[in-house]
Ligand binder design. Structure first.
Ligand code: NAD
Length: 694
């Protein structure tokens, strides 16, 4: 687990676990023992800590975190955190200089160990990530991070990094003060670290000196008190109190920084135990850690199919989605061809890729050479002949069945005999498109989310006749482009569009009921959604929702006049010509002078607001979440999902369904099954069967 190499009077201690370097009870005690041996060996004058694996050191492993969040007794959580604190404190106060030689990512507990050292040197490699991302999982640092980082870099930067769980690349980490040195060449890392030891025979961290003062003064000094006041306000604005772990984290910092350092560590461990005992931490760890990891292991991949052999990817349509999908493919190393009928669209797509690469290189997130190679793998064309020998074609043209069908006919001759064809449609049933293409077994849905270069989920939709090989290739592709894949069976709107559409519709209904628009938006966010339903309608575009509704009516030969999209689409698209954000006008106004968007003031003319008493707010918030859960349960009953927990991951990663609840199904146990059923029934009786869960 730990290897020790002697270099004259110095020792290099390497983390070297069989798969990944992680913190767990065994590895922490092995590390502690190795450190102890070196500290008590009078021949050793200083220590370098590094790793033989790809990563420097990750945080706690899956099993440890799961055991902690399910522990009955918070004292067990405290004890686990304290074991780590003691080990790191020993590194810091053992009387010998210690350098962290960061050869790979140092996240969470890994970076906390580096913080306990007296100096940090990292390889300048943009794939390395450094930081304390615990809060993004509903957790908080428990290895000294909340105590050492503010003392090291000051409150303002530390609060931002910890509360937002930011991961920095080495260049950014150096600029922010998380590390002190960078080396360009990996093979000079250890030599640099040893040089530092030679030059610093006595090293200690400043916060251990009794005369140490926090940068900016005590936490309650006029400057720092303001920093906390602003942090509390910002936290409230962003989270509406849904994430107790963030508040505990802030408390640990505020209280711990008023005490001697070692006492601060105890405070941190206490709040760590408190945080991990919350139902929010349990829910988030379960879905965003365990279940997400399960999906990354491709549980639905047909085992008998050999690994996909995809070299050339073709993206049809260079619009908002196509250009981003192409960028993602080229980033993953695929030779990627983008085909459109519009030269302007192609040149915009090219510009899009170039500016993303420039930004990433500028921020140290991508090596300049890699950026160049990425762009060299991206090709833009108006000609089908350039697409010859494609292994995978992803169609992202207009959401129009006739255009899509024509594109399939045109591209098919250029696909390799084994090649597969995928549609990025957000709503059209895949089986129908597959039949139109005439290659049903080799056809599949690959539903990306916007902005595709950032959104982590890929919804993979099986047509009735999609073959095992096609599914396996789609999953291998998802893994290669580093998206979390969820596999669903065909249905109109699949899983994601269908469920999150109910959230938008609930907002439209409220608008029609006379709930003031600003209240609708604020209550949507207070319920835990990342954006209000009207803002979301503008993003998706009212015209797209309206045309999907019309298409559905035509396909099924029914009238959907009770759907709120019907009257609102007619009004906004046909009469007011306010189709959404892309057009600069929808429920919101989008000033061209760079001011922030604001709700269109004339909304009140069309939807006269009525006074809403505050007592009704909880019910409005419940409507937003319950309507989604009820629809999700319907998709489950219809067999759209292969596994229920897939929907939890998909709902959070796909459209940001209240993450603190653990997702759209886990919501039920988060609320409590009996309470959930009672409330759903009340809402169904009052507002209609869309809330029915039986
Ligand atoms: P878009 O209007 O931005 O882009 C469509 C592109 O297709 C245009 O550049 C157009 O020139 C091109 N095109 C049209 N006919 C073509 C043809 N015959 N051959 C080649 N190119 C052609 O649309 P978008 O928002 O990128 O959506 C594309 C698809 O992705 C749609 O099916 C949509 O439902 C789906 N989708 C959209 C989102 C979203 O948030 N916008 C999310 C997921 C999926």
């Amino acid at each position: 687990m730990i290897e020790v190499l002697r270099e004259g009077p110095y020792a290099v201690l390497f983390w070297k676990m069989p798969k990944v370097n992680v913190l767990n009870a065994d590895s922490v005690s092995a590390f502690r023992e190795a450190v102890e041996n070196l500290l008590t060996d009078s021949a050793i004058k200083g220590i370098v800590i590094s790793s033989r694996n790809r990563e420097f050191l990750a945080g706690a492993d899956l099993e440890t975190i799961q055991a902690l969040v399910t522990a009955e007794d918070p004292r067990a959580i405290y004890a686990a955190s304290w074991q780590v604190q003691e080990a790191f404190l020993r590194v810091e106060t053992g009387g010998k200089p210690v350098v962290a030689a960061i050869n790979g990512s140092a996240l969470g507990g890994g970076y906390e160990l580096a913080l306990a050292c007296h100096h940090r040197i990292s390889i300048q490699n943009p794939s390395i990530e450094i930081g304390l991302p615990e809060t993004t999982l509903g957790l908080m640092p428990g290895g000294g991070g909340t105590q050492r980082l503010p003392r090291k870099i000051g409150l303002v930067s530390a609060l931002e990094l910890i509360l937002e769980g930011k991961r920095l690349r080495p260049i950014e980490a150096k600029e922010t003060g998380l590390i002190e040195e960078l080396v360009e060449k990996p093979d000079t890392l250890l030599e640099k670290a040893l040089d530092w030891l030679r030059a610093h025979p006595q090293a200690s961290n400043p916060w251990l000196d009794p005369r140490y003062r926090l940068p900016g003064g005590a936490v309650y000094s006029p400057t720092n008190a303001q920093v906390f006041a602003a942090a509390i306000a910002r936290l409230r604005e962003k989270t509406y109190g849904h994430y107790p772990g963030l508040e505990y984290c802030l408390s640990a910092i505020y209280e711990g920084l008023q005490l001697p350092f070692a006492e601060g560590l105890r405070i941190e461990s206490q709040y760590f135990a408190k945080t991990l005992s919350t139902r929010t931490a349990k829910a988030m760890v379960r879905t965003l850690f365990m279940e997400r990891q399960r999906l990354l292991n491709l549980p639905h991949r047909p085992k008998e199919v050999a690994p996909a052999s995809i070299q050339k990817v073709v993206v049809l349509g260079a619009g908002m989605m196509g250009r981003a999908i192409a960028y993602v493919c080229a980033s993953a190393g695929y030779e990627t061809w983008v085909k459109d009928t519009s030269e302007a669209a192609l040149s915009q797509a090219q510009h899009f890729a170039t500016s993303l690469v420039e930004k990433a290189v500028g921020r140290g997130r991508l090596a300049p050479e890699e950026g160049k190679n990425l762009l060299a793998r991206l090709h833009f064309t108006l000609q089908y002949t350039d697409l010859a020998e494609a292994d995978l074609a992803i169609e992202a043209v207009f959401e129009d069945r006739a255009i899509k069908t024509q594109v399939y006919q045109e591209v098919l001759p250029y696909l390799k005999p084994q090649g597969i064809l995928a549609s990025n449609t957000s709503t059209l049933p895949i089986t129908g498109l597959a039949e139109a293409a005439g290659i049903s077994p080799r056809f599949i849905g690959l539903h990306f989310f916007s902005p595709a270069e950032r959104m982590p989920l890929l919804e993979i939709i099986l047509g009735k006749e999609t073959s095992a090989q096609t599914l396996a290739w789609a999953l291998d592709f998802a893994q290669r482009i580093q998206k979390v894949p969820m596999v669903v069976r065909d249905s109109r709107g699949f899983f994601t569009s269908r469920v999150f559409g109910t959230y938008v519709r609930e907002g439209l209904r409220m608008l029609m009921e006379g709930v003031p628009p600003a209240l609708i938006e604020n209550l949507g966010r207070q319920a835990g959604m990342p954006v209000g339903p009207l803002a979301l309608a503008d993003e998706v575009s009212i015209s797209l929702m309206y045309s999907i509704l019309r298409q559905t009516e035509a396909d099924l030969g029914i009238s959907l006049h009770e759907d709120p999209v019907s009257p609102i689409g007619k009004l906004f698209v046909e009469e007011l010509h306010r189709p959404g954000r892309k057009a600069g006008a929808g429920f919101y106004e989008y000033p061209s002078d760079g001011r922030r968007k604001y709700l269109w003031p004339d909304l009140s003319k069309f939807f006269p607001p009525r006074p809403i008493s505050q007592e009704v707010y909880p019910e409005l918030k419940d409507r937003f979440l319950y309507v989604q859960v009820a629809e999700a349960l319907r998709t489950l009953r219809e067999g759209v999902l292969l596994e229920q927990a897939d929907g939890d991951v998909g709902s959070i990663l796909g459209w940001g369904f209240a993450p603190f609840t653990g997702g759209v199904f886990h919501f039920i146990s988060w609320v409590g099954e009996a309470t959930f059923r009672r409330r759903a029934q009340e809402l169904a009786e009052k507002y209609g069967p869309r809330f029915s869960v039986v």
